[in-house]
Ligand binder design. Sequence first.
Ligand SMILES: [Zn+2]
Length: 292
Amino acid sequence: MNKDLVTEFSTEWIKYSEYTTKKVPFGDEYIVPKKNSKPIKYTISEVADQMIMDYINIGKAFEFEKYKVKDMIIEFVNNYGLIGIISYMPLNFNYISSEKIFLNSNNDLGMEEIWDRKEYLEYFFPFDLKEKFKFKGNDITTIRDEETTDEEVFWGGSREFSIPFSKYYAEKIEDIGIIANRVYNQFIGAYTFDFETPYIERNFKGLDFFKARNITINAKAGNTHFSLQWVFNSLASALDTILLVKICDKNQPLRICKHCGKLFIAENVRAEYDTPQCRNQANVYKSREKNK
Ligand SMILES: [Zn+2]
């Protein structure tokens, strides 16, 4: 398969120009677009490498340097937008048209398995639910007069795709950290995978515990030819996909610097250090060890 096709995330995304943190009365801290912020469109493929490294670094800090996590998440969201947990979690893809919303029993956030739709929406719209939805009996109408840079980015207007782009949509800071931490651990699982054990003796043979979810692929017509367009219903599922592609990328793998422990994209398969400085330092230490 042509590598260029596989790694082409031509999908466009939306973030807001500025975000702010806000607490609900009972204490959970959320992150949400600022009142007069503007939507900004960007292309996932152009930021994919940096974005996946930033995300994994959040997941790592969540485990080892918790005091840093909040600022890292605010910076991440200002760069790429919220991760779309509302559409990432449900097992029923078209959850807005369903009265009940079903989640995996062992979902990342330890959330209930079955949700009443309105309660579920309140979890992600704790401040401005009525600015986005109208409730009438069992019917829910989405209010669509929000300013966007381009309607096309909503892929024909499926509500589950456009909801994470709402100006009123909010995510718990802690939730983003928990999901990023699970993704970090999946990366470590792949990175430290034991290829030395013969295939037949391995307890697990691949990363089948890690699936990118809720993704479709279509062929988008340009001026002269079609190109693959990955349709993600959330940035979280785009990030899962980017990581899976990175894990399988033999030419420019995602690595951990052997000297400083930072993540980097190796420009060639033999690279072990993120910077020449780290390589030199490591060599100095190595020769000191030898001369002892
Ligand atoms: Zn380094």
